[in-house]
Structure formats: structure tokens, C-alpha cells
Design a protein around this ligand. Structure first.
Ligand SMILES: Cc1cc2nc3c(=O)[nH]c(=O)nc-3n(C[C@H](O)[C@H](O)[C@H](O)COP(=O)(O)O)c2cc1C
Length: 372
């Protein structure tokens, strides 16, 4: 068992709670935008991502059970949340648990963070041995604890080191290496230099969250910054930031020319965003929204999958934070959130969700009530 200090060091980074207050859900009505060149599948070496819709890694949320659900719903590619390369190399138990892929999670992507090319290469080799089909490198994390170690978004200030990390990993593993960056450290023009350096070392794709590190989660993701990276690279560029609906996904593709879209926070309360974006891309139409029974079933599925993996108590704790996001916008959500904080068992959980989905509440969340 690792000592407490080491456990704290390698586990997942703290995330600014403000990050979980995403932009309001726009009114999703009217004709969908038509794309002149709808993107096809994204190719990362031999790995084909179809539809070109990616789940953004989110520490504390995109665990194995959640990834299983969004893949079933229609997401093209999921990745683990970021794990520290050093923790992988030291075979730190909790880090390896976070990096664990589902048996059916093919292709499986593990995201790693760090600043030493040799350690990153070693971690990648261990993870590929454990089943990873793609290694993704985090160059976007804004958290101080990470950037102080010259990892995450700090690498945006140092294109040569960023490139050396990709080279260090590619020397050790035969699988595609992708990188997730932000628009820059403090200036949205910085991403182009970094992205070019990454491509030159053989990065198979670059995902861009269109905010700088300085912005953290404030303001809007810049589509111009993403477009600039797209125009500078030949490898696929995946656009990320503030995509909340299928319409947003199409508009993001139209405005950036990107090859795919990555969706994070919106998937936490609307995992069906992947199904609707896939249909919108394929047919230019939207599927009907999920029924209350489907929404209830997915919540229960998430609980049961988590309980099967980690036990009922951990599933209850996980649901306290997840369900309060998922139920956002429902009438009475504030009261429900209070009730959720006392959740301890599956029976408690069923009582709460039955109150929402079978108790005469509105069947779909009110789109203008996100702030409740
Ligand atoms: C709670 C939370 C945890 C996150 N953890 C990670 C992470 O582990 N790795 C990463 O590359 N980005 C992480 N991000 C950033 C997201 O992947 C994504 O870039 C960001 O949320 C913007 O996309 P969105 O507007 O679709 O949510 C995290 C974001 C949130 C809200």
C-alpha cells in the first residue's frame, strides 16, 4: 500500500467546481445547419472512429461505467480521465485502477499526464501492455498542482518539450499517440506552434479545447483558435468546448472545419447528445428525445454498473454528484439534489429517481432552467 502522500499525489487532480457550470442549453429548435463537407470517420493510425464524436476525458466522471453507457448510446471514442504517468510507472494502485479499460472497450484510450519524455514513454508501454489501443497526452489541464510540475497546459509554453514527450512515447509504443491541448497558455495563438511541433513528432491527432489556460472555464471556447489549428495541420483535429447539443456539434464542425467533435460536460446530463449528433451528421435530422423510462434506465444502469465494480456504497456516493448534474433542469431539482446528498443505498436511489420519472414531473428537462 502506498503511503498517504503518494496516494494523494498520483490520484486524480482536483477540478475547479466552476467547471461544472457550463453554458446554458440553447433552445434546440429550427432547421439544423447543413455542412458542405460532413466529416467521415476519423482515422488515428489503424484506429477508426465512427461517428467522429469523442467523449472528453473528465476526472471524477468518465469512469468505466460511464464510458460503457456513452459508447452504447453512440459515442465514437471514449478515453479514461487523465492519470499521472509517474503513478503508472510506480504501479500506484489507484492510478492503475483509473487507467483500467473495460473488457469490451475497443479501441481503448488512456490519457496520461507528465513532463518527462522517458517516464511518459515508460507509462505508455505499461498501459499498452494492459490493453490501451491509443495513448492520449494531456496538455490542457489548468490545475496548478499539475502545471507547477510542468505538465498539462504548462506544456503549451514549451513546444520543444511537448514534442519531445510525443517522441518519447512513440519510441516506446506502436499505437497511435494523440494529444489534447487548450487554445494556449494565455494567448489563443500559442496552440498553432505547439500543434505543429506535435504533428512533426508523429501525433496521430490533436484535440483542441478552445480556451486558454488563463481562461480556465470562463468565457466561451474560441472556434477561431480551433480553426487556426485545423488549418495548420494535416492530421485530424478534434474540436472541443461548449458543445451542448447536436446543433452545436454541427455548428462547431462548420465553424472550425474540424474532423470531429469532442463533448464533455453536456454528456453528464445528456448522454444522448452523442446519438442525436450522430443522427444529425448522418441524416441531418434529430431523433426523438429519450423517454422518461430511458432516462431512468440509464441512471439505474450507471448505478448498477458502478455497484458491480465498486460496491453499493461507492455507487451511492458517485450518484450523489452525478445524478445532481443529470437531473439538472428538472422541476424540483434543487430539492432533489438535497435528497441526493443523503443517498446511501440502491433503494434510496430508486426512491429518488422514481420520484422524478414516475411522479408526474415534467418528462424532459426544461432547457431554460439549467441554473437551478
Ligand atoms: C470535471 C472535469 C474534469 C476534467 N478532467 C479532464 C481530464 O482528466 N483530462 C482532460 O484532458 N480534460 C479534462 N477536462 C476538460 C474536458 O475534457 C473538456 O476539455 C472541457 O470540459 C471542455 O469541453 P466541454 O465544454 O464539452 O465540457 C475536465 C473537465 C471537467 C469539467
Amino acid at each position: 500500500m502506498a503511503p498517504a502522500a503518494a496516494r494523494a499525489r498520483f490520484y486524480s487532480p482536483p477540478v475547479d467546481p466552476a467547471a461544472l457550470h457550463p453554458p446554458p442549453r440553447p433552445d434546440d429548435v429550427g432547421e439544423l445547419p447543413r455542412l458542405e463537407h460532413p466529416p467521415g470517420p476519423v482515422r488515428l493510425g489503424d484506429v477508426v472512429v465512427d461517428p467522429p464524436l469523442f467523449l472528453a476525458p473528465m476526472a471524477g466522471f468518465t469512469n468505466l461505467a460511464f464510458r460503457r453507457i456513452v459508447r452504447r448510446i453512440g459515442c465514437g471514442l471514449t478515453a479514461t480521465e487523465m492519470v499521472m504517468a509517474e503513478g503508472v510507472v510506480r504501479r500506484h494502485e489507484k492510478t492503475l485502477e483509473l487507467a483500467r479499460l473495460d473488457a469490451g472497450e475497443r479501441p481503448g484510450v488512456v490519457q496520461i499526464a507528465g513532463s518527462d519524455p522517458a517516464v511518459m514513454g515508460e507509462a505508455a508501454a505499461i498501459l499498452v501492455d494492459r490493453g490501451a489501443d491509443v495513448i492520449d497526452v494531456n496538455m490542457g489541464c489548468p490545475v496548478r498542482k499539475i502545471v507547477d510540475r510542468c505538465a498539462g497546459s504548462a506544456l503549451l509554453k514549451d513546444p520543444p518539450l511537448a514534442a519531445a514527450i510525443v517522441a518519447g512515447i512513440r519510441r516506446r509504443v506502436p499505437v497511435p499517440v494523440t494529444v489534447k491541448i487548450r487554445a494556449g497558455w494565455d494567448d489563443a495563438r500559442q496552440s498553432v506552434d505547439v500543434a505543429r511541433a506535435l504533428e512533426a513528432e508523429g501525433a496521430a491527432a490533436v484535440a483542441v479545447h478552445g480556451r486558454t489556460r488563463e481562461q480556465q472555464y470562463r468565457g466561451r471556447a474560441s472556434r477561431d483558435a480551433i480553426r487556426a489549428v485545423k488549418e495548420a495541420l494535416r492530421v485530424p483535429v478534434i474540436a472541443n468546448g461548449d458543445v451542448v447539443t447536436a446543433r452545436d456539434a454541427l455548428e462547431m464542425l462548420r465553424d472550425t472545419g474540424a474532423d470531429g467533435v469532442m463533448i464533455g460536460r453536456a454528456a453528464l446530463w445528456d448522454p444522448w447528445v452523442f446519438a442525436s449528433a450522430a443522427r444529425a451528421l448522418r441524416e441531418g435530422t434529430l431523433p426523438p428525445p429519450p423517454t422518461p423510462a430511458e432516462r431512468r434506465a440509464v441512471l439505474l444502469e450507471f448505478f448498477d454498473e458502478t455497484a458491480a465494480l465498486k460496491g453499493e456504497r461507492t455507487a451511492s456516493l458517485q450518484m450523489r454528484k452525478f445524478a445532481s448534474l443529470y437531473l439538472r433542469g428538472f422541476p424540483g431539482a434543487r430539492r432533489l439534489r438535497e435528497r441526493l446528498q443523503t443517498l446511501d443505498t440502491r433503494a434510496d436511489f430508486i426512491e429518488v429517481i422514481d420520484g422524478v420519472f414516475e411522479g408526474g414531473h415534467a418528462p424532459t428537462p426544461a432547457i431554460d432552467a439549467m441554473g437551478e
